[in-house]
Design a protein around this ligand. Structure first.
Ligand code: ARG
Length: 462
């Protein structure tokens, strides 16, 4: 079979080469973008007189028909035509004859593929931004129900200070907000159109790149044709945002996994997001959370893949760059799937408030409050810290908690300690007394919730 580029060749490519060279197995996913881009290109060719208006119309309506045939699954692509671009061009020419061969005037597959991949990425950015807003809403919902739920806050996974569950959940909402914003900045940087860059140097035809850019919803055509066809930084930036977003999800997953252990028993995952064991009949495993944690490795791999492919490539296009697609598709689709499952998993998770409170009382989580109490009575903080440390040691020896230590014992360390110490070191009060901006008290958490809610509103009605 003669290739679309076959004129200069005496012999045909080997079957194994066709198989190796082809990207249609995965780049068929770009068909809608390819057709959209070709329609804009054909319209521009007609408008500028590079082809006739009539020719342009015939090409456009044939492309529209091809799209609906592909939608219906009536078209079989072939590795013989290498990629989605040549498959569609070939179908077009079979359909309307020689006129189909005019579509590629003033265009190269190099700017065509760069355009398609950029449009795919842009759509995914918007889709994921929508999902992230849903995710933030789910977090806010759970936070609102747990403004007064006290849990131990950890550093080094050792009990540190009492916090509210809402405060921790809202920390994750802040991370998700930045994941959203990272995608907004992607849009600001990368919404430029490579079409019209040609193979690398532009074209001798009087094309109108502003016309195609407007039709395709770009902020404008890229300023340099070499750059337009040869960089894939927009994929790198997107997979980098995906990696960070996945890393954030995995941290909450890790917490959920720990919380759902028998040892912690802070939460119970819904049956719908857990699985059993084939041998141990009693088991209920947090598989969804574990899978999300595991899939981060995959997305990091995707990012590493494209970074490595691009390193050291001379300008402009190189076939290496065909390797940009599988990692892009895999990375963003994995991220999407993970957000989609996080939302119902979190919303259906049962929170065991009693266990959380009981654990918040362990580990001398109120020791900082005792030190602060002494400091407020005039003891220098370093000294309060030392005295409190000694009291804690004493309690460890006696196997009691700070609130079980009688007032006379406290007095042995400092006569500044009064009966009101017991109120001060009550873990609920410890949480509520942290009123500094951004802190864990209900007052401050509500401020945090309000600010995230107005962010969601602002973005939703954009
Ligand atoms: N399938 C190719 C890719 O994905 C399209 C561009 C091919 N260009 C070329 N000069 N061979 O990168």
């Amino acid at each position: 079979m003669q290739k679309l580029w076959g004129g200069r060749f005496k012999d045909s490519t080997s079957e194994i080469m066709d198989e190796f060279n082809a990207s249609i197995r995965y780049d068929w996913k770009l068909y809608k973008y390819d057709i959209k881009g070709s329609i804009a290109h054909a319209r521009m060719l007609g408008k500028t007189g590079i082809i006739s208006e009539d020719e342009s119309k015939i090409i456009i309506s044939a492309l529209e028909e091809i799209e609906s045939e592909i939608d219906k699954g009536n078209i079989e692509f072939s590795v013989k035509h290498e990629d989605i671009h040549m498959n569609i061009e070939n179908i077009l020419t079979n359909k309307i004859g020689d006129l189909g061969k005019k579509l590629h005037t003033a265009r190269s597959r190099n700017d065509q593929v760069a355009l398609d991949v950029r449009m795919y990425s842009r759509d995914k950015v918007e889709e994921i931004q929508g999902l992230l807003l849903d995710w933030i809403k789910a977090l806010v919902e759970v936070a609102k129900e747990n403004i007064y739920t006290v849990i131990p806050g950890y550093t080094h996974l050792q009990i540190g200070q009492p916090i509210s569950l809402a405060h921790l959940i809202m920390a994750h909402a802040e991370m998700a907000k930045r994941d959203y914003q990272r995608l907004s900045s992607w849009m600001e940087i990368h919404n430029t159109m490579p079409l019209g860059s040609g193979a690398l140097a532009g074209t001798t035809f009087p094309i109108d790149r502003y016309m195609t850019s407007n039709e395709l919803g770009f902020d404008g055509p890229c300023a340099n044709s070499m750059d337009g066809v040869s960089d894939r930084d927009y994929i790198i930036d997107l997979l980098s945002a995906a990696s960070t977003g996945m890393m954030h999800l995995s941290r909450l997953c890790e917490e959920i996994i720990i919380w759902s252990t028998q040892e912690f028993h802070f939460v119970e995952l819904d049956d719908a997001y857990s699985t059993g064991s084939s041998m141990m009949p009693q088991k209920k495993n947090p598989d969804a959370a574990e899978l999300i944690r595991g899939k981060v490795g995959r997305v990091y791999g995707d990012l590493n893949n494209i970074l490595t492919v691009m390193k050291g490539l001379p300008l402009a296009y190189n076939k290496d760059m065909q390797e940009d697609k599988e990692c892009l598709f895999d990375g963003v689709e994995t991220w999407e799937k993970c957000i989609k499952i996080m939302i119902p998993m979190l919303k259906t998770m049962k929170v065991c408030k009693d266990t959380m409170l009981a654990d918040a009382k362990k580990g001398f989580s109120n020791a900082t409050d005792l030190a602060d109490y002494l400091t407020k009575k005039g003891v220098a903080f370093r000294d309060s810290h030392k005295i409190t440390g000694e009291i804690v040691l004493d309690c460890i020896d006696k196997n009691i908690s700070l609130d079980e230590l009688p007032i006379e014992e406290y007095k042995k360390y400092s006569d500044l300690v009064e009966e009101d110490i017991y109120d001060t070191i009550d873990v609920f009060n410890c949480m509520e007394n942290r009123i500094s901006m951004g802190a864990t008290s209900s007052k401050q958490v509500k401020v945090n919730i309000e600010s995230i809610e107005s962010f969601i509103k602002l973005k939703q009605y954009r």
